[in-house]
Design a protein around this ligand. Structure first.
Ligand code: PMV
Length: 324
């Protein structure tokens, strides 16, 4: 069987959302495909964009073994996803092959998508039909265990799809524009746990300053949510630029992300920002139409980056028995 899970971008509000402020995120048409079949032990192989060797883990009588270790950061997510599925009633061993169209640590919710795929696949192979809400909670549990802290953003987007606003435990779908976007990878992974820790360190050193920045980020995200519902993509773009400045102040942009953001803006994007955890990973830019989006993606590729034109997808993960 196959579980197909969308990746995501955060249009506004990352990091501050972990501290209870709002964020706006969208499921995009880049996918993680998780194929699973019953097997005599549990073996997981993952391949990500740009990392053909991936990681392979196997459960033996004395615990988990990493068979190939290019992507050790992913190890805990894989193992915790299996543990969580078993806690939810999964009782089969399986051979699981994962192919993710995004690079690891790219800010595109790759870990949440992989965790989602493993949990749903193991439960379905065990004859169980999990509710989306149960899966959403399970993904968040795994993220919290691995990262120390996590908002509901990624878990919500990969299970519900579309454009969502998240604030604490409140989540709502936003009906409005679904503009073309360009996602561009800086070539440097930015593991979520490390980025979260970096922001938390700054918060401990300068709590008032950081809380002030987070308040502002939350206000921007509220306005982005309204602009999405009003169909005002130009305003979404402008606010994304503001959000990027605030995220830079929190220390999660990089030279390469700043370069991507500047190239995108100069070449016709309505707005561009780091997306997800940052400290590497991806930037996202929005456009009125697909044509300028394609041009900007070309320009970014010409200066050496990987870039994709993406659209929002409605609905979260989907399953098929055939694996087709
Ligand atoms: O980099 P990603 O895709 O794991 O996104 C992280 C987003 C944060 O706001 C930094 C963390 C969270 O749990 O919301």
């Amino acid at each position: 069987m196959e579980v197909k899970v969308p990746l995501k971008v955060i249009l506004s509000g990352e990091h501050a959302v972990v501290y209870g402020h709002p964020a706006v995120a969208a499921a995009i048409d880049m996918w993680t495909r998780v194929r699973a079949e019953p097997h005599d032990s549990t073996v997981i192989s993952t391949r990500y964009f740009g990392f053909e060797a991936g990681i392979r883990v196997e459960r033996r009588s004395d615990g988990w073994t990493v068979v190939s270790e290019d992507l050790l950061n992913e190890f805990s997510y894989l193992v915790e996803a299996v543990n969580e599925a078993e806690r939810m009633g999964a009782n089969v061993d399986a051979k699981i092959d994962i192919h993710c169209e995004g690079p690891p640590g790219s800010g595109l919710g790759t870990s949440a998508s992989v965790v989602c795929g493993i949990i749903v696949a193991l439960l379905k192979l065990s004859g169980l039909e999990p509710e989306r809400e149960e899966v959403r909670e399970a993904i968040r549990n795994v993220e919290k265990r691995v990262q120390g802290r996590a908002s509901w953003t990624d878990a919500t987007v990969v299970t519900m799809g579309g454009v969502v606003k998240v604030k604490g435990e409140d989540v709502s779908k936003l009906n409005g524009i679904e503009p073309p976007m360009v996602v561009c990878y800086s070539g440097e992974p930015g593991p979520t746990a490390e980025a979260l820790e970096k922001v938390e360190r700054l918060r401990r050193k300068a709590p008032d300053v950081v809380e002030g920045l987070m308040e502002r980020i939350g206000e921007v995200a509220e306005e982005v949510a309204s602009a999405v519902e009003d169909g005002n993509v130009e305003k979404v773009g402008l606010l994304m630029n503001v959000n990027h400045g605030l995220l830079s102040a929190l220390g999660v942009s990089t030279l390469r992300i700043d370069e991507i953001v500047n190239v995108a803006r100069r070449s016709g994007a309505l707005g561009a920002k780091v997306t997800g955890a940052g400290t590497g990973g991806c930037a996202v830019a929005v456009f009125e139409d697909e044509e300028p989006a394609r041009r900007v993606a070309e320009t970014l590729r010409a200066v050496g980056y990987d870039a994709w034109v993406v659209r929002t997808v409605s609905g979260g993960y989907r399953t098929s028995d055939s694996g087709a």
